[in-house]
Write a protein that binds this ligand. Structure first.
Ligand SMILES: Cc1ncc(COP(=O)(O)O)c(C=O)c1O
Ligand SMILES: N[C@@H](CCOP(=O)(O)O)C(=O)O
Length: 465
């Protein structure tokens, strides 16, 4: 399997090399040159597989001969063994036609664990064999950070630096990152917003001269292909559980960086019959505006009750654009450079193609709270604010009668007790047992100004030998 850049200029890589990088050298994102596809019979047979077995089926073609099948199988079994539910990704029916896919049974209570528990193990496996040390830089609006730290904390060959917007993640999210002990783990609270943090990580990939020559820089954000790859699995898993391929399903996906929903798009291209992918945004609605107007432009970032989706530069949208523009790397490079300088208007053919599969909804904080309350009242099911945005968007979307809609529940409500209280639910969300003493654990975190130089200097000075 070869991976090519969305901007057409960087060299093609194999799986191992794409795992050990982030942005491509031309500033683009890596994407498989071709996708594996599954026939209706093969998809029907997936109903017999448990989660790690299904993951092996979906992921093995992407890994190719970089990791022997038996080793990959062992890694995948180990990855999902510690999830707190035997089904790994169970589903709950909350309405006559609505299901919630619970993606928060991993160690850090968010969907990021599905990919980052795997990514940590893959990196460990590859780096041990290569006797190589790497530096990880990641940006988080709350969930990627703790999932990445949790996934990588045992890797001796990794120094990990996670940038989060100072004071803009929930207390639980911050504690989940800053209480993990380890000389190789560094939390940087940047005096800016998530977009600033993400821009600094991307700038570091574009100019790595602040690092020693023998240290590669690796991404844990969804710019790393392995993140997307791992997230494809649960689309197949949930759709097959509801009768695919005989029955089409729709998905509603709370969206920020467009990584999770892009995995759903790939599942569709790989043969899964998906009726619709609903882009569910909070008030940071750049993707909703693209879908409704065709215009893609920067807007000031606003803080909301769903902080993990407070993102206005949606990295993975570039991966979709690459397909919408017939995989023309030069066209994508031009569009992205226009975007850096102002608004971009996508052509009508590209938007028409996008609208065949995608629709979008924007959900305000008030509607988020109302949905949390309504779902609690109707079936005593507690949604976190991000998942509530997905459920509200699913309810409002135009999906043909009889097509079940699966909302991706991307985080556990106990990560956002403030939002639960604001929604007026008459029950409190409890952290699972392994996190009950979270607030008694000591924190380690460095507050840094919103300056690339300060961040890069901190990274360079704090590398382990
Ligand atoms: C809880 C939660 N929901 C939804 C999202 C959005 O996912 P994506 O960025 O892949 O669109 C994120 C993070 O981005 C998140 O942490
Ligand atoms: N919502 C994320 C932001 C980073 O997105 P990613 O999927 O590209 O890692 C977070 O919670 O950190």
């Amino acid at each position: 399997m070869k991976y090519i850049s969305t901007r057409g200029q960087a060299p093609a890589l194999n799986f191992e090399d794409v795992l050990l990088t982030g942005l491509a050298a031309d500033g683009g994102l890596y994407i498989p040159e071709t996708l594996p596809t599954f026939s209706a019979e093969e998809i029907a047979a997936m109903a017999e597989l448990d989660y790690p077995q299904l993951a092996q089926k979906i992921i093995a073609p992407f890994v190719g001969d970089c990791i022997p099948e038996a080793d990959l199988q062992e890694i995948l079994q180990d990855t999902y063994a510690d999830f707190r539910h035997d089904a790994v990704a169970p589903m709950v029916q909350i309405d006559s036609n609505q299901w919630v896919l619970e993606l928060f049974h991993g160690p850090t209570l968010a969907f990021k664990d599905f990919a980052l528990q795997l990514l940590g193990r893959l990196l460990d496996y590859v780096l041990e064999r290569k006797h190589q040390k790497v530096v990880i830089m990641g940006a988080t609006s709350g969930d990627t950070g703790s999932a990445a730290i949790e996934g990588c904390k045992r890797c001796n060959n990794i120094d990990i630096f996670i940038l989060h917007p100072h004071g803009r993640v929930s207390d639980v999210q911050r504690k989940q990152m800053t209480t993990v002990a380890g000389d190789n783990i560094h939390n940087l609270a940047v005096q800016g917003n998530f977009d600033d943090c993400q821009a600094m990580v991307k700038a570091s990939f574009n100019d790595r001269s602040f690092l020693p020559e023998d240290r590669s820089l690796v991404a844990v954000n969804s710019i790393n292909w392995a993140r997307i790859m791992a997230q494809i699995v649960y689309y197949f898993y949930s759709a097959v559980a509801l009768g695919a391929p005989a029955r089409k399903v729709a998905f509603s996906v709370p969206t920020g960086n467009f990584g999770d929903i892009f995995a759903g798009y790939l599942a569709h291209k790989m043969g899964l019959p998906v009726e619709r992918l609903i882009i569910a945004t909070n008030r940071n609605d750049v993707l909703h505006r693209v879908m409704t107007s065709g215009s893609y432009g920067r807007q000031p970032l606003e803080h909301s009750l769903s902080p993990s989706m407070d993102i206005t530069v949606s990295s993975n949208f570039e991966r979709l654009l690459f397909d919408l523009y017939q995989r023309d790397g030069a066209a994508i490079a031009g569009l992205m450079s226009d975007f850096d300088n102002g608004d971009v208007h996508f052509n009508d053919e590209a938007m028409a193609a996008a609208r065949e599969l995608f629709s979008s909804q924007r959900v305000s904080d008030e509607e988020t709270c109302a949905q949390m309350a309504a779902t609690w009242d109707s079936c005593e099911y507690m949604l976190d604010p991000h998942s509530a945005i997905g459920v509200k968007a699913a309810a409002d979307a135009d999906v043909p009668a009889g097509v079940p809609v699966i909302t991706l529940a991307t985080a556990h409500p106990a990560k956002f007790p403030g939002a639960v209280a604001e929604a007026g639910l008459d029950d409190e969300p409890f952290l699972p047992h392994h996190l009950r003493d979270l607030f008694d654990r000591p924190e380690r975190c460095e507050v840094l100004p919103n300056e690339l130089g300060a961040v890069q200097a901190f990274v360079a000075e704090n590398l382990n030998a």
